[in-house]
Ligand binder design. Sequence first.
Ligand SMILES: [Zn+2]
Length: 285
Amino acid sequence: MLTWFDNIADFTREIAALEPRRQAGEAFIAEKDTVSGYCVACAGMTTFAVRVGGFYGVNPNLREGLTCRGCGLSNRNRLIFSALQQRAAATPRPDVAMLECLTPLFVALRRKLPQLLGSEYISDAHQSGQVYSYHGHAVRHESITRLSYADASLDLIGHCDVLEHVYEYRAALREMRRVLRSQGEMICTVPFFMHRQEEAVLARPREDGSIEFFGPPEYHGDGLRPEGILTWHHFGWKLLDDAREAGFSDAQIGVDYDLFCGFATNNHPRSEYGLMYPLLLRAIA
Ligand SMILES: [Zn+2]
């Protein structure tokens, strides 16, 4: 069950209570190639492929892995699928947009929400709201900092591991608040460093277009960009304040720890910096 937290103290208490089960359960799963469980997207029993999401040393990454053999959704994909589906069900004929459309997650969500809007970010040279040929598909381009959606036109907007790749992420939060109706929600997955308060700035753009790095460059894998995508920030709890400053009335972190549904942590060996619970950010307009 998804539980929402708006402060680090309540969150930390919940996580501490989960820790013995987490360690035993994930050590068991991490040794397997597959485990059985319930897929929220398939709405039935399934087989999860465990070791398909990369590794931290010898530890399989269970956030990107634990992929359902039926629908192809990873742990974190099913987590946001579940939250978006639940939230969409609370509004009659909701207007919902995802900032992706060439993914198994979009396909699975659209089966539940035929009116679902989808887009991809192609490049800064493309115009939001226009349709382009991209990877062999007709794709609507949307930039998260310059959306083409009208003011107060959506009930729900979702995106997956996007914010850390947007240097001007505060502008992105303001833009999503602009397009949401009152009480509408932004729900997203984002790498979240649960013991951090302020975000860590890993790099910043210089005026001449080059990039200043404050450590080893961090690139994340992306199915549409073989070169990967640069990470600017590691977020902590201040991201919730940033969302409120962007005009949202509230912001929370949701955790759904449920090994039967394949909702595990990323299984990162450093519990103080790098371990990520199955969690979502939601900001309420
Ligand atoms: Zn499935």
